[in-house]
Ligand binder design. Structure first.
Ligand SMILES: [Zn+2]
Ligand SMILES: [Zn+2]
Length: 304
């Protein structure tokens, strides 16, 4: 389930089953009004019963369907009902609940909402394998391999290697661009969880090498760290773009991102790196240039 902004001023906010999410005035919700607390509402979704319990933490009134919740009080928000975080006339803070469960198999949220998400997402959907479906994949229990209070790990729906996982924060963070020094420990945790999952996934084969990292130019979706084995043995690995996104500098090691956050408080702008996706195909081990994907695939089978 997720919380969708009625005005589409921000990305839908993921609501995991039973996990409390705090929302309010923030860069993420784009609510600037000081009347809205930074921790205005705490929301806990109940997926099977299709509602969320909303607790008002902030002092100023928040409403559900026009009725004040009251500070410290909790009220039930059903799917498709409206909740006003601030209780004033600002439409910016209006939210309504949608249910994304019904469309688990699709790459999009659902037809109705996909059209509503605005130009950035629409563009991304053409070039990126699953950017739109990432959030629905997060709640797909068939893909989920690990979950704690801070992160969720899923199998990549279109794995580019024998082992390919995505480590994502529960907190709604769109991409590496939205990270700051306050996220340092979260990133450390994501990296640690990623290494644990890698170890666990192939403990019979200690030779399997993994890399942990982020794409240089992130998709407008949800922050995710790739955990990918270096065999690149997968039918879903089809294009030059796929290959170069995991084997050139376009793939930024988690350590580098963590280092930048700890020293600079933000991640470097790597927008120019999309050019790397057009690079000639080269083996990631011996750097031999190959003519096309079939030849590359044949080559990497033996180049170990
Ligand atoms: Zn990615
Ligand atoms: Zn080679």
């Amino acid at each position: 389930m997720y919380l969708q902004c009625c005005n589409h001023t921000h990305e839908p906010i993921m609501l995991l089953d039973g996990v409390a999410v705090t929302i309010g005035r923030s860069a993420g919700t784009k609510i600037l009004d000081k009347l809205c607390s930074r921790t205005q509402l705490q929301i806990v979704a109940n997926h099977s019963k299709k509602y969320a319990m909303v607790k008002q933490l902030g002092a100023n009134p928040s409403q559900i369907d026009g009725i004040n919740i009251g500070q410290g009080k909790t009220d039930k928000l059903s799917v498709d009902r409206k909740c006003d975080k601030k209780g004033t006339s600002s439409l910016k803070s209006r939210e309504n609940m949608h249910n994304s469960q019904k469309n688990k198999t699709s790459e999009n949220f659902d037809n109705g909402t996909a059209a509503d998400v605005g130009p950035p997402r629409a563009t991304v959907s053409k070039s990126s394998h699953w950017s739109q479906g990432l959030k629905s994949s997060m709640t797909d229990s068939s893909l989920q391999v690990y979950k704690d209070d801070r992160v969720i790990v899923i199998k990549d729906k279109y794995p580019k290697a024998k082992f390919h996982f995505l480590v994502m924060p529960v907190e709604n963070i769109v991409s590496t661009v939205h990270l700051n020094s306050a996220h340092a420990s979260l990133l450390d945790h994501m990296w640690k969880v990623g290494r644990d999952i890698a170890k666990r996934s192939c403990d019979d084969d200690t030779k399997t090498r993994f890399r942990y990292g982020y794409h240089a130019v992130p998709s407008m979706s949800h922050l995710h760290m790739h955990v990918i084995s270096q065999d690149f043995d997968s039918p879903s690995l089809k294009t030059k773009k796929h290959w170069n996104s995991f084997t050139t500098e376009y793939f930024v090691d988690a350590e580098d991102i963590i280092h930048e956050i700890k020293t600079e408080g933000k991640v470097k702008n790597r927008r120019h790196m999309t050019e790397l996706l057009k690079n000639a195909l080269r083996c990631h081990i011996c750097h031999t240039e190959l003519k096309n994907m079939p030849q590359l695939k044949k080559h990497i089978k033996d180049c170990r």
